[in-house]
Design a binder for this molecule. Sequence first.
Ligand SMILES: Cc1cc2nc3c(=O)[nH]c(=O)nc-3n(C[C@H](O)[C@H](O)[C@H](O)COP(=O)(O)OP(=O)(O)OC[C@H]3O[C@@H](n4cnc5c(N)ncnc54)[C@H](O)[C@@H]3O)c2cc1C
Length: 544
Amino acid sequence: MNAPTERPAPAAAGSANEFDVVIVGAGFAGMYMLHRARGQGLRAVVFEAGDGVGGTWYWNRYPGARCDVESMEYSYQFDDTLQQQWHWSERFAPQPEILKYANHVADRYDLRRDIRFSTRVTAAHFDEAGARWNVTTDRGDQVSGRFVVMATGCLSSTNKPAFPGLETFTGPTYHTGEWPHEPVDFSGKRVAVIGTGSSAIQSIPIIAKQASELWVFQRTANYSVPARNAPLDPGYEARIKAEYQAFRARNSQMMGAFGSAFPRSEVSIFSASDEERDRAFAERWNRGGLGFQGAFADLMINPNANEIAADWVRERIREIVKDPATAELLCPTQVLGCKRMCVDTGYFETFNQPHVHLIDIRPGGIEAITPRGVKAAGREFEVDAIVFATGFDAMTGTLLRIDVRGRDGVSLRDAWAAGPRTYLGLNVAGFPNLFTVSGPGSPSVLTNMIVSIEQHVNWIAGCMAWLRAQGRRTIEATPQAQEAWVGHVNAVADTTLYPHCNSWYLGANVPGKTRVFMPLIGFPDYVKRCDEVVARGYEGFAVA
Ligand SMILES: Cc1cc2nc3c(=O)[nH]c(=O)nc-3n(C[C@H](O)[C@H](O)[C@H](O)COP(=O)(O)OP(=O)(O)OC[C@H]3O[C@@H](n4cnc5c(N)ncnc54)[C@H](O)[C@@H]3O)c2cc1C
């Protein structure tokens, strides 16, 4: 998508189009931002490209879409009555239930009246004289806001590789991140799934139940742990609800802001015997979920420790998958966890079914899409439908599709030409009063994201209130604070194994994208730093 070149016109002074806060996106971030802004008596409007709330959970309706953070943790905590009254049905919530929750929140807090749906923000330009942002949409809205909050999501712009011949395919194509609202029936169909990341790993077992033939095209094998999903245990739910706030507080002390019930071990793998290692891995594998990565303290910092864990998982894959050649192809070779680990229900088992085929496309990639199917590995696979599970232009893609211009008309695209640069992942130097929720340089995608979102929105709301109380108009990161922060984010990443493979954390899945490790590792230290910045009078920000 090309960014429009027209300049947003200023909204007429005092008009209905002048707001205190313009919020872009009505996922969990945008909805909570609206609620907080209203709570301060601010005039706020939300623009949302979709025709409903929920963001990720509105768009990703593919079969098997499910949260891999446990339900009792993946929800808002700002209102205790809400968290006490809402009931999750499963240990890991399925997409329809999370979408229902998002809609419940929108109704409960009467959010919809300030959300303009089916409306995409195309440009946001800062007007220095008035210290306001002029915002334009694809439906011709021209509004202005003192603040702009980009609640646009880290994983909301699909990555669709430009495979040659794509437009010639005669059957239907789907992207997991833009799934139709009506159920898709693959019964009796020959189906290709391109990609083997998280969305593919969740959907393949379900698509395989319907398809007559399923061809899975794999470039990189991924680590996946079983979810062991089950109906939510009422006893567990009652125990958490009896002390929900304390439970939340414990989770906020975790590196990823979740999983305190089964935290990362403090023990080095090298101080454990072979039997102890096996027991620790098996315990977490059998429990299910992302806790596997915390079996030992050093898995994400020591390559040898990591390789032991990786070997252990590869052994499980070889046990599950009967055909040795397919099992070998499904065994990942990269550092475990440096691409986001997947959580599955029967993924590896699916490849034991005779109609499911794994195609290794490492040598030449997808050579072409043809009218009849997919050309790869030197042959043509005839299929009736193609599913692209090719992920997202993560963290920066959505922001850069908007023509954002700060001081002196400098575009965000130019400011980030060498990769994203922010202060705290919340603001960019030269872009006053513009905030990014879970922006690059914040823990965002390495955490339970609802927790990160609430922390960011609370910080932004606090900042707006402070500016008003101080009678100030603008706040923006100083270039020095921003440079130091970018250095800090990289320095933290370099103490770990995270940057050691071509992941979307680095932008490596999008051709031509600058490779920079975008999220900050470690939620608790980050929160402490954000709080210190405030306590020191917004240290690192210029306020005018
Ligand atoms: C398949 C999948 C599974 C996930 N699983 C987990 C998980 O298990 N745990 C976890 O913590 N996180 C998970 N995530 C991350 C998830 O994105 C976050 O948890 C959370 O939902 C993000 O909320 P958000 O409001 O920040 O962004 P989003 O939910 O992405 O919402 C952003 C909204 O902004 C809108 N938008 C973007 N640009 C514009 C524009 N220019 N104009 C108007 N509207 C715009 C989009 O349409 C979208 O609705 C998952 C993501 C995906 C894709």
